[in-house]
Ligand binder design. Structure first.
Ligand SMILES: [Zn+2]
Length: 68
């Protein structure tokens, strides 16, 4: 079975990566966190809902915790 294509909301890029490399924004606390961080760091404004969207784990950590 081919792996599902998942879109990282940070890059806006899809990847055929394993699900374990991704984290899902499944809580409503994480959504504004990511939205705000994207605005500040990438000057990127997302209008669609981020809830239940996927982000690379690495992207999420860099974005929210400022770690690499
Ligand atoms: Zn990413």
């Amino acid at each position: 079975m081919p792996s599902k294509i998942i879109l990282c909301v940070v890059h806006g890029k899809t990847g055929r990566l394993a699900r374990l490399n991704f984290t899902q924004l499944c809580t409503s606390e994480r959504e504004p966190e990511v939205r705000l961080a994207l605005r500040i760091r990438y000057k990127k404004k997302l209008n669609h809902r981020l809830l239940n969207e996927h982000v690379h784990k690495l992207c999420y950590n860099v974005l929210v915790y400022d770690q690499c």
